[in-house]
Design a protein around this ligand. Structure first.
Ligand SMILES: *Cc1c(COP(=O)(O)O)cnc(C)c1O
Length: 373
């Protein structure tokens, strides 16, 4: 392998000319943000692509989640059941709304919330469940829906990894009360920075429209303590350009993931996550598990080995959010043994649509050497 580093990901982009052409009208209109025509156009196109009734665009995925939770108007101090095996944003969005996260363990098979462990965490104070379709592996939406109905809880999916996926032919954004996507530059579909909330209740559209614009309702009227979370027109245009190529992007990724799988699945000491035949995946990530077994710190050794050869693998998600210093000891007692195990074993390999197959072969070869070293 040559000396050049292989990044973990590489943002997809339209051609320079295409984007420049597309943003030209902004120099005439001078309408650069505040729900302009491209903002509305992208909302409309995303509704069609994601097969969802309502889309509200946001400045990023985090604010999309934070404002969606705010829009539900839960009493301060209420409990929200969520997963520790996620990006820190999920937990921050709950805590920044003055709510208490309660951490549910995950399944070893695919890292999503263990639906069989949710009910015992429900108390008088529980108001919502915030699961994550981690790496694009879809949660058990049927079981979660059933529990939510039984106890009168809201469900907000962090679908940051699941853009464009379907389950049994249904757009993944149709499950729960709302789903949140991230359009960050490193995601499968991006608007440089951006995000969206998808849902079916039109009142929520009005509410989010308000909250993403300071709660301003009229020239002299502010009805809510909102934030500034509007997507600007340059970002919306990047989204409109990228959306044209999303199917191609996913096909390129699928090809690469399938090749990785074929090369890696039989390596002793490496395990892959289970896939669900009902899901059309977006191939956002390629996570593998380096099993501990008799060898402690096996994943750490493989990580160091790969990095030494310039393959920028990542321990994603490690540490668990419950173990982050910003929370002190508050959540360390959580009953999340499986999440701890998976987090200690997981390793994300480089994946992007332009990654060449020859490099995938080299990376897989290195993984084999690393596991055996
Ligand atoms: C990327 C991501 C977010 C945050 O999205 P941003 O657009 O970066 O704010 C939230 N949750 C998960 C699981 C993510 O991967």
């Amino acid at each position: 392998m040559d000396e050049k580093k292989i990044p973990i990901t590489r943002s997809s982009m339209p051609s320079y000319e295409e984007y420049i052409d597309a943003i030209k009208p902004l120099w005439d209109s001078r309408w650069l943000t505040n729900m302009g025509i491209y903002h509305r156009k992208l909302e409309k196109q995303l509704k069609e692509y994601l097969k969802v009734p309502e889309v509200s665009l946001m400045v990023n995925g985090h604010m999309a989640l934070e404002l969606t939770i705010q829009a539900m108007e839960f009493p301060p101090g209420s409990e929200v059941i969520t997963t520790p095996f996620t990006f820190i944003s999920t937990t921050h969005a709950i805590i920044r709304n003055n709510l208490t996260p309660v951490f549910c363990d995950v399944k070893e098979s695919d890292g999503t919330m263990d639906e069989n462990k949710i009910e015992k965490l429900i108390t008088e104070k529980t108001v919502a469940i915030v699961p994550v379709h981690v790496y694009g592996y879809i949660c058990n939406v049927e079981a979660i829906d059933k529990i939510a109905k039984k106890y009168g809880l809201k469900v907000i999916y962090d679908a940051a990894h699941a853009f464009g996926e379907t389950y049994k032919g249904i757009g993944v954004g149709n499950f729960g009360d709302a789903s949140v996507f991230s359009f960050h530059a490193t995601k499968v579909f991006h608007t440089i920075e951006g995000g969206a909330v998808v849902f079916s209740d039109h009142n929520l559209y009005e509410k989010l429209y308000n909250l993403k614009n300071f709660g301003i309702r009229g020239e002299e009227l502010v009805t809510d303590v909102g934030a500034n979370a509007k997507m600007n027109e340059f970002a919306a245009i990047m989204g409109l350009c990228n959306l044209k190529y999303i199917e191609k992007e996913i096909i390129q990724r699928e090809k690469r993931v399938k090749y990785y799988q074929q090369l890696i699945e039989n390596i002793d000491g490496v395990r892959l996550f289970a896939t669900n035949p009902g899901v059309k995946y977006n191939y956002a990530y390629f996570p593998i598990r380096i099993c501990e077994r008799e060898r402690a710190y096996a994943r750490e050794r493989v990580y160091d080995y790969m990095r030494k050869f310039g393959v920028m693998v990542r321990k994603y998600f490690f540490p668990l959010v419950t173990d982050q210093v910003c929370f002190g000891d508050k959540y360390k007692h959580s009953d999340i043994a499986v999440a701890r195990k998976v987090s200690k074993e997981v390793l994300i390999l480089p994946l992007y649509s332009e990654l060449d197959l020859e490099t995938i072969k080299d990376i897989s070869e290195l993984i084999m050497q690393a596991v055996q070293s």
